[in-house]
Design a protein around this ligand. Sequence first.
Ligand code: GLA
Ligand code: GLA
Length: 659
Amino acid sequence: MTAEMTRPELGVCYYPEQWPEAQWADDARRMRELGLDWVRVGEFAWSMIEPAPGRFEWDWLDRAIDVLGAAGLKVIMSTPTAAPPRWLVDKHPEILPVGPDGNVRKFGSRRHYCFSSPVFRGEAARIAEAVAERYGTHEHVAAWQIDNEYGDHDTIHSYSPAARDAFRDWLARRYGDIGALNTAWGTSFWSMRYDDFAQIELPNQMVEEPTPTQLTDFLRFSSDQVQSFNRMQAEILRKHAPGRAITHNFMNQNEDFDHHAVGADLDVASWDAYPLGNLVHGRLPEADKQRLLRHGDPDQPGFNHDLYRGVGNGRMWVMEQQPGPVNWADANPAPADGMVRLWTWLAHAHGCEMVSYFRWRQAPFAQEQFHTGLLLPDSTPDRAFAEIEEVVAEAAALPALPPRAPSEVALVLDYPSRWALSALPQGRNFRAGHHALDWYSALRRLGIDVDIVGQHTELNGYRLVVAPDLVMADAGFIKRIAASDTKAIFGPRSGSRTEAMHVTAPLPGAGLAPLIELRVTRVESLPDWHSESFLMGNASHAARRWRETIESDAEVLATFEGAYREGTPALVGNDRARYLATLPGDEGLRHVLEDTLRWAGVDTLPDLGPDLRLTRRGNVTFAFNFGCEPAAAPAPPEATFHLGAARIPPAGVAAWSET
Ligand code: GLA
Ligand code: GLA
């Protein structure tokens, strides 16, 4: 892959096993003619590759790869472990996952395996090795995808006997002796004391909630199982496919495992971009959803590009890009004409190296009949086809751009902190994933480019770290910030729990010492139908969903208003860090962050509004209009436009350089 690019390389997800062989060559030729460079195959092909135990049928796949390769396409081969064959389930029913209700989940769709099943791990290693041996050094196979979308269909947490046994072993390794577990879990609380690790059950089907430490341990354990499963496959691929990029296609906003940890074993992080389904299920109020129905949340794709660029250590692909309506959301609207082009250029601007569309041809059979592709079922082009042609043609006018430079601002997404919040939510509307996107959105409206990082990430050069929900602040991370020139702002609940899911001592907030001294003396969750307010300067802003009473020797920068505890601090800060004690609405968040960015020495633009987004790659500024009205590109008069012009139509894109 070249470092400097005028556009991302392009690709498509293709299923030769779903189409007559006579069609393959024509499909491959048309892919190339369209300008596609990559084709992903094989992720659900296990039973076609190995129709009976140990009996392999490679011929069809050999021919498919040859046809695709001969047309000039680079193949992304997949390990097919997301769809174990029926014969394997018949032979070893114990590989099936068990749901939280205690019921075994059945064969008949996909992802029907338990990460803890030793039998399944053995089988997964066996099939991965077989495929890797066969195609590892194949001239046309240039990259590998492991499995498919870990976590899709709620499949990270299994309550099987195998998971229970593995959890007990994991706990024994973590705690060493049962006394330490009793202390950590606080089993004196309801007489839950254990004498032996062998007595421990999984945290489902209990009368009342389990101790949050048991829950967060189970979530950590489940994440570790994914990580080790993925690493096992990555090691097999490294052995047999030297020099080929290894990736996994992450499902955006899945919080059930640590994506940073899994990413550490990959060469490239890829993610699957379905902005409209996400809008329907997403964070925005209904009025915004109506306006953006065919355009999507302007910040959802950017957030994920910035996240997976970090997860992939700078290297990020989109493995599946929505080409039209999909089949799986509560409602499945069509993207406005132009959005596939917009999403493709957006990915490029955020540093994406490759965009692959899902899927080549709409399938007239099986589960995803309503899912569009680049072609209609009769092989005539659907709308996205023309938009890809447009991208390819437009690239000629763009300068080659280097990979994205690090941003000045980093937003922290810490998965264990999310698990802490799910173990003790304290308010059903405390949805950290939505809140983090709100913070990101506020930064983006101010024209700020953002890196999304974990607590392990180097701070090199960041002027500001933004941590909306860092419940389990890591002492090492806080010390590193304290020892650097980086400033930080933390959202409510940050630094409030230890890794053992106990309150930090002496009080919540202590986890942020030595950056900022803080004592949270009361927290409350607030229902959606109620809003309070805080005063910052002369502006009064909404305070929603969560409110804390805090004491700190830091300066008070904003205070709560209203009858209840008027004048108590809503925002405090010293010269290193700030802490926000509530969840503001859009305007309040923008005010807080704009002030904080200025304090950290980061230049902002005037508010871009809800629908226009800017991002920079190299010396080119890209602007994306997610709205339904034309927007003005905030380009200087002497700017040279490479794409579009100063007036950006709805679903339009502009890109310019300043001389
Ligand atoms: C996911 C899966 C694909 C397909 C698409 C449909 O991303 O990885 O196999 O089911 O959803 O949108
Ligand atoms: C009930 C129980 C208590 C405690 C409270 C919490 O009253 O009896 O043990 O759980 O609820 O409010």
